[in-house]
Write a protein that binds this ligand. Structure first.
Ligand code: GDP
Ligand code: MG
Length: 441
């Protein structure tokens, strides 16, 4: 049935489905692009496998090549993997909310700590206290103090010789006693993953119980990304990632690697050394950068838009003229599936009032029903679709059988089509003679 259905509508918006060969060829290019963007190898492999499954069989839009279509599918999958929407810090916990930063040395923890604190104070009017737990690197605690002074954020008083866990506890206590909303814990880094550091971070986590545990990672991290992310994920319950040095040359493959390995959202990105160089993470931008095929993506998006608009305008014209047969009805149902309802189509006609539009929106059909209706339509002969009046009882039975539905459903669809045509004629008479409003709402 599904095959027969797609057969009916093939001519409409597609020139065929993506074949295994189309996909394999295009994915070879994509693989190279991902590796060039420094996505870690195992992550590339998983990603390609996932997208292959998704791509084979997808329809190809009229004015693009199968290869371009695959790139678009890859892009969408990439955005989805990176996290479809941007997720901010979660501060919904009782004060003081602990935010712990972990990561390798030089990844940008201390800088990010001050950037985040500054942002929370300025944008969200939070009272923030920062504490450095880095007792290993000389002057690390002073570094945070200086940044705090620059950012106008309070720092915990430095007690020489105090171990990290004790500092963390004191920070949380001071935070509670002195009425801070947020306490930020900047932990020590190491050049590479080592057991001692991991044990320390885990001990701090247990003592302070931070609400957010953010992995700070350099966007330049290449194949190491998997090891680093994995190690931190196992010892600390990471809640998010801060990607730094996104202002550099890196194509951002680390974003995909880190995200895939930890399963945590990328919450913020660092885009410079200055304290205001912190931004929300936008998956679509990073996806384009990782793939390096942004122009292809926008080409395919444009092609999709044009087709939908063309079709919608044609159907709207037919509705106005009252020459709206069941083929058109089928097209309309297809459109509805794609662009969320009869209302957007009707919105293009003059003479529709706001309340009529509201009613149409409410009447939006559910997916299953649209599918069944399309099945009914595809079981009719072309002649029947052109002139629904010829469909008598025996034919209805045949159609119902062919589409796996009932005669009642066939009747309902015919009536719906009749009502729609009648209503459109009426709307047409009421409305001014005007042209189509053009464009989708
Ligand atoms: P930590 O060892 O993880 O605490 O790293 P730091 O915060 O001390 O940062 C190490 C260096 O990276 C410093 O020179 C920072 O100025 C620089 N840095 C941090 N974040 C960024 C960023 O987003 N972009 C750029 N260009 N430099 C950054
Ligand atoms: Mg530091």
């Amino acid at each position: 049935l599904q095959e027969r259905l797609s057969g009916v509508f093939d001519k409409l918006t597609r020139r065929g489905a993506l074949s295994e060969a189309d996909v394999t060829a295009a994915l070879r290019e994509v693989r190279v692009a991902l590796l060039e963007a420094d996505v870690a190898l195992p992550v590339v492999k998983d990603f390609i496998d996932g997208v292959r499954e998704k791509a084979v069989g997808q329809e190809v839009l009229r004015s693009v090549t199968p290869g371009q279509m695959v790139v678009k599918v890859v892009h969408d999958h990439l955005v989805e993997t990176l996290g479809a929407t941007s997720v901010g810090l979660d501060l919904r916990a009782s004060a003081p909310v602990g935010i712990m930063l972990v990561g390798l040395q030089g990844s940008g923890k201390t800088t990010s700590c001050a950037k985040i604190a500054r942002r929370l104070q300025e944008r969200e009017r939070k009272k923030v206290l920062m504490a450095s737990l880095d007792v290993r690197r000389p002057a690390a605690q002073e570094q945070l103090k200086v940044l705090g002074e620059q950012a106008g954020v309070a720092t915990l008083r430095i007690v020489p010789g105090e171990p990290p866990v004790a500092i963390a506890k004191r920070a949380m206590q001071s935070g509670a006693l002195e009425g801070y909303d947020v306490v930020m814990l900047d932990t020590a880094g190491r050049l590479a993953i080592d057991e001692e550091l991991m044990a320390e971070v885990a001990a701090v986590r247990d003592a302070a119980k931070p609400h957010e545990s953010l992995l700070v990672a350099d966007a330049m991290t290449g194949q190491d990304a998997v090891t680093v992310a994995d190690a931190f994920k196992q010892r600390v319950d990471l809640t998010g990632i801060v990607l730094t040095r996104v202002d550099g040359d890196a194509r951002g493959g680390a974003a995909l690697s880190m995200r895939a390995v930890t399963g945590c959202p990328i919450k913020l990105i660092g885009v410079g050394e200055k304290l205001d160089a912190l931004e929300d993470f936008h998956p679509d931008r990073v996806a384009s950068r990782i793939l390096g095929m942004g122009d292809v993506v926008s080409l395919v998006e444009k092609a999709a838009e044009t087709i939908e608009q063309d079709e919608a305008e044609k159907l709207a014209k037919k509705l106005q003229k009252g020459t709206f047969d069941l083929d058109d009805f089928a097209k309309q149902l297809q459109q509805m599936q794609k662009m969320g309802g009869l209302s957007s189509l009707m919105g293009m006609l003059p003479g529709m009032s706001g309340s009529q539009m509201q009613q149409l929106k409410k009447a939006k059909l559910d997916d299953g029903m649209v599918k069944r209706q399309l099945a009914v339509l595809s079981s009719m002969t072309p002649g029947e679709r052109k002139k629904p009046d010829v469909i008598k009882a025996s034919r209805k039975q045949r159609i119902a059988k062919g589409s796996g539905t009932t005669v009642q459903e066939v009747n309902k669809l015919l009536k719906q089509h009749k009502d729609a045509t009648r209503m459109m004629k009426r709307v047409h008479k009421m409305g001014k003679k005007g042209m189509l409003r053009g464009g989708l709402p």
